[in-house]
Write a protein that binds this ligand. Structure first.
Ligand SMILES: NC(=O)c1ccc[n+]([C@@H]2O[C@H](COP(=O)([O-])OP(=O)(O)OC[C@H]3O[C@@H](n4cnc5c(N)ncnc54)[C@H](OP(=O)(O)O)[C@@H]3O)[C@@H](O)[C@H]2O)c1
Length: 246
């Protein structure tokens, strides 16, 4: 069987981290960003022979699975035609300060992943990797069977796509908890108890906001069990849509 290929549309903090985990796991990766693929030469060199850079459409075409790791404001530029029939893992979160206000999200009419799915009618979107920081995404990955393996939530409308996502998470170092449909995906989003903090652990006392941010960016994180993810998702209360940097 040929080596599976992960297409990454967006190769920044989250896309780059997923690429590192993927090549370590023996997958091939095709990276893309919003600019000329040559701008990813440094990352490709660091990742080694399993990685190459190309355009978003070419990354989408090459991927057995494709990850959208872009700011939400760019969702309309995902190549819908090429992604038809594919499973697309959506890592996005809604940050109005960065993405601009999106009425359907502000009014809780849609989740961010439903918005992405509407733009990709032929694809099968699965929300994943959105609820922990990129540094913890790297440090908490563990091989299958490890006692302190962390679980991540996924949400989606297509059972086969969720199965594919589960297999990807397993290969990259994570257990999976299915928290429902794309309409349910707010349960792992900003302003919920499952967003960020469980994976960070308890910060040292007495930090101001800047120090807390610095600590969060560097914390190796704490493992979170599947049981805990399930409890937090089930108990989630829908707060205001959208995260804030402050
Ligand atoms: N950072 C985290 O810890 C974290 C955790 C969970 C979820 N997320 C979410 O994941 C998404 C990505 O976050 P990030 O922190 O990885 O962002 P980032 O570091 O700013 O990287 C964004 C990437 O997306 C690319 N991009 C932007 N517009 C594009 C387009 N139209 N076509 C192709 N690529 C495009 C950028 O390319 P250029 O550099 O060429 O512009 C860059 O490679 C966001 O929605 C974020 O909210 C982030």
């Amino acid at each position: 069987m040929p080596t599976p290929t992960l297409g990454l549309i967006g190769s920044g903090m989250i896309g780059g981290t997923l690429a590192r985990l993927a090549v370590t796991a023996g997958l091939d990766v095709v990276l893309a960003n919003s600019r000329d693929p040559h701008t990813l030469a440094g990352l490709v060199t660091e990742l080694g022979g399993r990685a190459r850079a190309d355009t978003p459409a070419a990354a989408a075409e090459a991927g057995d699975l494709v990850v959208a790791a872009i700011p939400l404001k760019a969702y309309g530029r995902l190549p819908a035609d090429v992604l038809a029939g594919k499973t697309v893992i959506d890592t996005t979160n809604y940050y109005p300060e960065r993405d601009g206000h999106i009425g359907a999200l502000d009014g809780d009419e849609l989740t961010s992943s439903e918005l992405v799915q509407r733009h990709l009618p032929g694809a099968h979107v699965v929300k994943a990797f959105n609820n922990l920081g990129f540094h913890q995404l790297f440090t908490l990955a563990r091989p299958v069977g490890t006692s302190d393996r962390t679980a991540l939530p996924i949400a989606g409308d297509d059972a086969n796509a969720k199965q594919q996502a589960t297999e990807l998470l397993d290969v990259l170092g994570y257990d999976t908890v299915d928290i429902g449909t794309l309409a349910d995906s707010w349960r792992s989003g900003p302003n919920t108890a499952l967003y960020g903090f469980p994976y960070l652990g308890r910060p040292p006392t007495g930090l101001d906001a800047d120090e807390l941010q610095h600590w969060a960016a560097q914390s190796p994180g704490v493992p979170v069990s599947a049981r805990r993810v399930k409890e937090l998702a089930e108990a989630a209360v829908r707060g205001p849509a959208g995260a804030s940097y402050s």
